[in-house]
Design a protein around this ligand. Structure first.
Ligand code: GAR
Length: 207
């Protein structure tokens, strides 16, 4: 019997990616436990889904800490209570300090709603529409101190259509996020990912 990997998921709001991960982990019987869902916002609607599914939740409100460092220290302490093998950022809308990211190096992963390295930062769908690109998408990547630039695990592309609004485009991208994020995390928990020189290798054969 393989050891179960422990996953802690961080959210800030809706948590639809978190839901997709929880559902896939259970339906596909991953060798993994979703150990906790942690939010930096007490009103994050994703917390209700977590509780309804019997997953421990915690809130570490950034408003209660005077500095980024103090918040990240508190967050790290709460995360570590759940002894994670992997920390998953799922719409966690906070810039993390270098020392926090370094502490979880190789075991912290993020999804970003653009085809990185295009459109890091916020309002990615607006950025894509303004740039006039014909394809857009989402990227799952390991988190490094370089914001939105870590080694890429998976990407999905969608077309940008003539009548797209930010809302329509973001929904098209989100549907892809819900597919690539669970599969990327499954690869991680199955031990299939390795990083070499900033590039992610995915072991394909069953070894
Ligand atoms: C997702 O589109 C995710 O890619 C994005 O926030 C949304 C969260 O939705 N993340 C970022 O923009 C990170 N920079 P969700 O809460 O329903 O998963």
């Amino acid at each position: 019997m393989r050891a179960m990997k422990r996953i802690v998921i961080l959210i800030s709001g809706r948590g639809s990616n978190m839901e997709a991960i929880v559902r896939a982990a259970r339906q596909e019987r991953w060798p993994a436990d979703i150990a906790a869902i942690i939010s930096n916002r007490p009103d994050a609607s994703g917390l209700a889904f977590a509780s309804a599914h019997g997953i421990p939740t915690a809130v570490v409100s950034n408003k209660e800490y005077p500095t980024r460092e103090a918040f990240d220290d508190a967050l790290q302490a709460v995360i570590d209570r759940f002894s994670p093998d992997l920390v998953v950022l799922a719409g966690f809308l906070r810039i993390l300090t270098g020392s926090f990211v370094e502490y979880y190096a190789g075991r912290i992963i993020n999804i970003h709603p653009s085809l990185l390295p295009s459109f890091p930062g916020l309002a990615t769908h607006r950025q894509a529409l303004a740039a006039g690109v014909k394809v857009h998408g989402a990227t799952v990547h390991f988190v490094t101190a370089d914001l939105d630039h870590g080694p890429i695990v998976a990407q999905a592309a969608v077309p940008v259509l003539a009548d797209d609004t930010e809302e329509i485009l973001s929904a098209r991208v989100l549907a892809q996020e819900h597919l690539i994020y669970p599969s990327a995390i499954r690869w991680f928990v199955e031990g299939k990912l390795s990083v070499d020189n900033g590039r992610v290798h995915i072991a394909t054969a069953t070894q």
